[in-house]
Design a protein around this ligand. Structure first.
Ligand code: TYC
Length: 101
């Protein structure tokens, strides 16, 4: 195969449309934010059922962190900001981070 052909193929590979990367939105534990506040936030921002929200809150409480949802980057960043804004307004130190999946 000629070099030109190989270059054309590798250029084609580069041009292939890839699905967008996904990001985990993760809550971090602390000793001060009330459990009920975390559960409500998980239901309202991440649309979890009350059973799912309690399970995620307890996982974070017991292990230090837990995944609330997996989204494209812009959505993950927005949800993370919503969590921090809501916690800060209520005077809680709750922290939220995003990680590439
Ligand atoms: N550890 C907190 C408490 O005992 C509850 C809590 C759960 C806080 C999850 C933050 O992301 C969190 N009140």
């Amino acid at each position: 195969m000629s070099t030109t052909n190989i270059q054309a193929i590798s250029q084609k590979q580069k041009n292939r449309i890839r699905p967008p990367k996904k990001y985990l939105v993760m809550l971090l534990n602390d000793d001060f934010t009330p459990m009920e506040f975390v559960v409500n936030l998980l239901m309202e921002i991440f649309h979890l059922s009350s059973t799912q929200a309690i399970a995620v809150m307890l996982l974070v409480h017991e292990t230090g962190q837990g995944v609330c949802g997996i989204y494209q980057k812009d959505v993950a960043e927005t949800k993370c900001l919503q969590v921090i804004k809501r916690a800060t307004s209520a005077g809680h130190p709750l922290q939220c981070i995003i990680k590439e999946a």
